[in-house]
Design a protein around this ligand. Structure first.
Ligand SMILES: [Zn+2]
Length: 69
């Protein structure tokens, strides 16, 4: 593990495959982690994706921005 931004995994310990194309996100500069919650129990699920692919399948008006930290 390094502190390099390319290794960012968010709240999950490793990068998840893109939920849109199914490919690895290991070297992707536009990796994003999506949190889904199911109230009222608050059950959580995480999805990884390439931001570009996620934008391509989101409804109009939704937009994913990548903020490099
Ligand atoms: Zn993808």
């Amino acid at each position: 593990m390094t502190d390099d931004q390319s290794s960012w995994t968010g709240a999950v310990t490793e990068r998840l495959r893109c939920c849109v194309c199914g490919e690895s996100t290991d070297e992707s500069p536009d990796y994003v982690l999506v949190e889904l919650t199911a109230p009222p129990a608050g059950t959580r699920q995480w999805l990884g994706a390439h931001a570009g692919h996620l934008n391509a399948v989101l409804a109009e008006g939704f937009n994913v921005e990548v903020h490099l930290m």
